[in-house]
Write a protein that binds this ligand. Sequence first.
Ligand code: HEM
Length: 145
Amino acid sequence: MMKKEYVFLLNVILLLTCIGCATPPASTNLLYQRLGGYHGLELITNDFLLLISRDKRIVDHFNETDISIFRQRLIEHLCVVAGGECDYQGESMLNAHQGLNITQADFDVLVGHLITAMKQNDIPMATRNALLARLAPMYGDITYQ
Ligand code: HEM
């Protein structure tokens, strides 16, 4: 494993020691609930970050990233996208990814890891696809053309 990947992985592992610290916001939304609610999204995001940390094709994009903050923003963002009552405090997808030179291939790799993370948490295909359908329109804002 390369040093940068190792550091990223170490950060993720350290972070996972604090799982369950946040208070889950209440929500009645169906997709959000089908994803396991706030705790379900925490588990999916943890697995998602581990998969990213082990993937040398994309891990370098996150060299400067504070994994703890990134994890929290990801959970909040997925929560809002799924219709949960979270307060997303991050940037728009356009602002967050502008200038990062994210290719369409990078996007596909990352989405593949999200699918794997959902599978690892026993999220059924219909639910996985429902979330992906809500993320797909962000494609143009995240990748550079
Ligand atoms: C469906 C696709 C994606 C979603 C939903 C997503 C979501 C997010 C969110 C919520 C943030 C946090 C923004 C903030 O802190 O203000 C973020 C930041 C970021 N994303 Fe993405 N992203 C996606 C695709 C990608 C891809 C394909 C890459 C590169 C392989 C990528 C790399 C980054 C990086 C480097 C940051 C900045 C992290 C930092 O603060 O250092 N993202 N993304």
